[in-house]
Design a protein around this ligand. Structure first.
Ligand code: GLN
Length: 237
């Protein structure tokens, strides 16, 4: 068994440890004897068909601008993969651009690829700090946010969870993130996966199920370090 992980724009879209999400997926595969190969996507590269997991991180407004044209070019292919249930995690900057658009604070409209039914408009203040999200199938989720964009969800996505600390999508409807097929969009950096290993295992399980056509039975791992990291993050002010 081998899983191929597509890492979108690691140079341009990588904030607050987002790259650690790739390490988390690779390690939790390797610890179970599953081979994991990372396929890096930079502007101009083609998107291969045999992709098992997609990941994309956050970025400054200027970097979102840099990748806008390439993202639009690969958008239809990414949409096809997401809608064929490829497990996908997009954080902050790419979460916004998997939606319809991001209107930045200086009035620039960066077009998204419309996979997720949501749109984002910059607010006056940045939303910065630690976040705790409840009421999701993953239990409590912890992370760190830093964004100007305020995201509103449409009818075709459901939220990842409800915020009990921090702001999440916009700071007023208490919602955080979005889900569509096996795609998770979230504002949480930190990075999110090492401290929330149930989400990592969700991505790995769905990838195996898609490849084999059978339910995945993942071996249990010793999550002592992950649980401690989670607790520390959840008690931060
Ligand atoms: N530039 C976007 C914003 O400020 C995304 C930031 C991020 O990825 N952390 O909203």
């Amino acid at each position: 068994m081998k899983l191929r992980i597509l890492h979108l724009y690691p140079k341009e879209m990588n904030l607050y440890g987002d790259h650690g999400n790739i390490l988390s997926i690779v390690k939790r595969c390797e610890w179970r004897g599953i081979k994991a190969e990372v396929v890096v996507h930079e502007p101009g590269d083609p998107i291969p068909d045999d992709i098992d997991i997609i990941f994309g991180g956050g970025g400054q407004d200027s970097n979102q601008n840099t990748i806008e044209d390439d993202l639009r070019a690969i958008g239809p292919k990414l949409k096809e993969l997401v809608e064929s249930d490829v497990p996908t995690l997009v954080v902050c900057g790419l979460y916004q651009l998997f939606g319809e658009y991001f209107q930045t604070g200086d009035g620039n409209k960066i077009e998204g690829i419309g996979i997720l039914d949501l749109h984002t408009v910059a607010g006056k203040n940045r939303l910065i700090g630690n976040v705790v999200v409840d009421e999701s199938e993953f239990g409590e989720i912890v992370g760190y946010e830093n964004h100007s964009g305020l995201t509103r969800l449409g009818k075709n996505v459901r939220p990842l969870g409800t915020v009990s600390k921090g702001n999440g999508n916009n700071g007023d409807d208490e919602l955080e993130g979005a889900r569509y097929h096996n795609c998770i969009g979230t504002y949480l950096h930190g990075p999110i996966l090492p401290k929330n290993p149930r989400i990592t295992d969700f991505l790995i399980s769905k990838a195996i199920e898609r490849q084999t056509g059978q339910p995945a039975k993942l071996a249990r791992l010793n999550d002592t370090a992950e649980t401690r990291a989670h607790k520390v993050a959840s008690t931060r002010p």
